[in-house]
Design a protein. Structure first.
Length: 218
């Protein structure tokens, strides 16, 4: 079975504090992950409501069936760096204007899954077993994923990202930076259905032309 995810990047947000007084905590960073997660009700909460609360999504993606995948990402380090800077990410699968599925997670700012750079798909087959490995088990072995996405049925896709050293381009052009992406697709019980490693050229964000896509084979 082949599932094709076509990903479009709309924008990437940057957050800056105010010099005169302590910066206000960004809405997405204000609460615990569990509080934010439980405050959004699948099948009830609207995209309009999320935009009113958290602002315009930092990324907008589209599933093969045309459902919107809205992604919010906010960084926060606390007043005068009192705590380690963290990124909070909210991913929501939108059907019409209604949130069909959502997920919230948090990780250190700038986290890269570079420890995976030496792991080939053959090696990962020894760590991840289709139909057996669970989301929590994968996190225990590999750590938190860099991002989460959804398929059309609302199942989570774990996304690990790491970069290779830039290749020197000819003629003084900007060096090309390779980005590796490990996509782990889960079923409705958060058990691994299948996974694949893709290699892209780009920056820290996922960037692809409308004609390009991730192709995942079971």
């Amino acid at each position: 079975m082949k599932i094709t995810q076509t990903l479009y990047v709309i924008a990437v947000i940057g957050l800056a504090g105010c010099v005169a007084k302590p910066p206000a905590v960004p809405a997405l960073s204000a609460n615990t992950v569990s509080a934010t997660q439980s405050g959004i009700i699948d099948g009830t909460t609207s995209l309009t409501g999320l935009i009113q609360q958290y602002g315009v999504p930092s990324r907008t993606l589209w599933s093969p069936q045309g459902k919107q995948i809205a992604v919010w990402m906010q960084n926060w380090a606390g007043p005068q760096g009192q705590q380690a800077a963290q990124t909070t990410q909210l991913t929501a699968l939108i059907n019409g204007d209604v949130v069909e599925k959502h997920w919230v997670h948090r990780y250190p700012v700038g986290m890269q899954n570079s420890f995976l750079s030496s792991d080939s798909k053959l090696h990962l087959n020894k760590i991840i077993t289709k139909g057996v490995s669970t989301e929590t088990g994968v996190i225990a072995r590999l750590g938190e994923p860099r991002n989460y996405l959804f398929d059309d049925d609302g199942n989570k896709i774990m996304m690990y990202v790491w970069h290779e050293n830039p290749l020197m381009a000819q003629g003084g052009a900007t060096p090309v930076r390779k980005m590796n992406v490990l996509l782990i697709c889960l079923d409705s019980h958060n058990v691994v259905k299948f996974f694949n490693i893709e290699q892209l050229e780009g920056s820290d964000g996922i960037q692809s032309d409308p004609g390009s896509a991730f192709s995942l084979d079971t």
